[in-house]
Design a protein around this ligand. Structure first.
Ligand SMILES: *[C@@H]1O[C@H](CO)[C@@H](O)[C@H](O)[C@H]1NC(C)=O
Ligand SMILES: *[C@@H]1O[C@H](CO)[C@@H](O)[C@H](O)[C@H]1NC(C)=O
Ligand SMILES: *[C@@H]1O[C@H](CO)[C@@H](O)[C@H](O)[C@H]1NC(C)=O
Ligand SMILES: *[C@@H]1O[C@H](CO)[C@@H](O)[C@H](O)[C@H]1NC(C)=O
Ligand SMILES: *[C@@H]1O[C@H](CO)[C@@H](O)[C@H](O)[C@H]1NC(C)=O
Length: 456
């Protein structure tokens, strides 16, 4: 173990007021503040992740320093699939769901039992590289899946561990596409595990918004801007009216609702009335029901632009919107017990899970189909400072490449592996998880389309 891992662990231990780490013996048993006993398999999980730290570090660094955009992650895909092919007992399918950079690696246990899915992301952002830290997500899921499989192997447990390579999380909805292709359903997963780095605190509760992305185009009529402007229909003005209407609407939006975007073109010549204006906007709301409502209101703002100017509007909702992420409480509690056992501190679940949603993820759609967790983990710069800005910024991209961030991803890997082992070994746990899932289920809307409004 690198010295800095110890430093991080010690620091976290000092900061933690609730954790007791009992050492000695082959089974390390630790108790959380409320007396929950963590798994006797934790030592095996932890030792296994420690034993593959060098390989995980190489993969983490390679992905971080070779950023690739959604569906073009050929290097990351090659790196991960060839590594998994070398692992004893794993069978790898290099392409699934008709997506060349999506893969599946399966470890079969000793007969039937729970099927645990781990998702690895590895796409980067245009111009910003790994500013969302997906390299760390890949590392945590890779390490977690391998460690869980090791326990399955040594304890002859039934069930299956599946590592899914899930490309194109940034805007393109790799997991939604895989979901539609039936990849997860065909694999008969029982639960879905993933994690996400953040510049804020650690939390097993990822709460994200439901989101849709829309493309808008106004078509007007060109005219000489000085000689005969009255003959023209100004497409640019249609878009500007809509953008202003959206700005007014923001005052009457719920705290976690968002509408943001950009105007991509609005004309090209000073002396010609603009006949074409285009933009792209993203809409986010607490859940699918509120998203449907907000999307209608947004569409009305765009219609206002068309009505005011006479330009025709093409309002198109892109495919692969993301549903809000719903965290399964029992999975979160299991994660929390392993995370705190390693010195991590977490806010009380009762308040933590009520925080306002922010951001969106395609894991959200999976969380409406299967019990899911995607814990947030806080990352730091090489010198121990927190990045000044969060995901999707250059400063976060730097932190995502630090050795401290890598070490934190190992803590997460061990915690996710612990969750998997709990589900595999604790009598009745999976049934309770599924019971909670059914009880908290909300409708997942399937709504897509394009609407053309007005005539030129
Ligand atoms: C698979 O994707 C290719 C393009 O990448 C497409 O031409 C083909 O129709 C797809 N096949 C299926 C079964 O969806
Ligand atoms: C959105 O919801 C509000 C409050 O429930 C309701 O008054 C309004 O009519 C809805 N708007 C649309 C466009 O569905
Ligand atoms: C509306 O825009 C979408 C793409 O944004 C395009 O596919 C569609 O053909 C357009 N419809 C019309 C009627 O122009
Ligand atoms: C203790 O915490 C565990 C895991 O965080 C949770 O499952 C359990 O319900 C808690 N028990 C009590 C008595 O609060
Ligand atoms: C994913 O969620 C979005 C937003 O709720 C929804 O529009 C879309 O239909 C969902 N897709 C699938 C395959 O579940």
């Amino acid at each position: 173990m690198a010295p800095s891992v110890l430093t991080l662990g010690l620091l976290a231990l000092i900061l933690s007021q609730h954790t007791v780490i009992a050492e000695g013996g082959s089974h390390l048993i630790s108790r959380q503040a409320n007396g929950t006993v963590a798994s006797p398999h934790f030592t095996a999980i932890s030792d296994y992740v420690d034993s593959i730290t060098d390989e995980l570090s190489t993969i983490n660094t390679e992905i971080h320093s070779n950023p690739e955009l959604g569906y073009e992650e050929v290097k990351a895909h090659e790196l991960l699939t060839s590594f998994m092919e070398e692992q004893e007992g794993w069978s790898v399918t290099r392409s699934v769901g008709n997506i060349s950079t999506a893969f599946m690696a399966v470890f079969d246990g000793n007969g039937g039992g729970p099927v645990i899915g781990f998702n690895a992301e590895y796409d980067a952002l245009p111009e910003l590289g790994h500013a969302c830290g997906h390299n760390l997500i890949a590392t945590a899921s890779l390490g977690g899946a391998l460690a869980a499989a090791q326990v399955m192997r040594s304890e002859s447990l039934g069930g299956k561990i599946i590592l899914f390579g899930t490309p194109a999380e940034e805007s393109l909805g790799g997991k939604v596409k895989m979901l539609e292709a039936g990849v997860f359903a065909d694999a008969k997963i029982d639960i879905s595990l993933i994690s996400h780095p953040t510049s804020a605190g650690d939390s097993p509760y990822m709460t994200t918004t439901s989101t849709d992305r829309v493309d808008v185009a106004y078509t007007g009529l060109e005219a000489h801007a000085a000689a005969s402007p009255w003959e023209g229909i100004n497409a640019q003005d249609g878009l500007l009216v809509a953008n202003s209407a959206l700005s007014y609407m923001r005052q009457q939006m719920r705290p976690s609702e968002r509408v943001h975007g950009f105007i991509s073109s609005a004309g090209s010549r000073i002396n010609v009335i603009s006949a074409k204006a285009e933009g792209s906007y993203q809409i986010r709301a607490n859940d699918n029901t509120q998203l449907a409502n907000l999307t209608t209101r947004v569409e009305n703002c765009f219609k206002a632009g068309a009505l005011a100017t006479g330009a025709a509007l093409n309002f198109t909702i892109r495919p692969y919107g993301y549903a809000n992420h719903v965290t399964n409480d029992l999975l979160a509690a299991s994660y929390a017990s392993y995370f705190t056992q390693q010195g991590g501190t977490l806010a009380p679940a009762e308040t933590d899970k009520l925080k306002d949603p922010s951001g969106s993820t395609d894991q959200g759609n999976l969380s409406h189909e299967w019990p899911s967790i995607s814990p947030y983990f806080q990352i730091f710069n090489e010198d121990g400072s927190a990045p000044l800005t969060g995901p999707h910024t250059r400063l976060f991209q730097v932190a995502a490449g630090s050795s401290r961030a890598f070490e934190k991803s190992l803590v997460v890997a061990k915690s996710l592996a612990g969750v998997a082992v709990d589900v595999l070994t604790k009598e009745g746990l999976l049934e309770s998880i599924k019971e909670e899932f059914e009880r908290t289920k909300t409708p997942s809307l399937r709504r897509r389309g394009s609407a053309v409004f007005g005539v030129v």
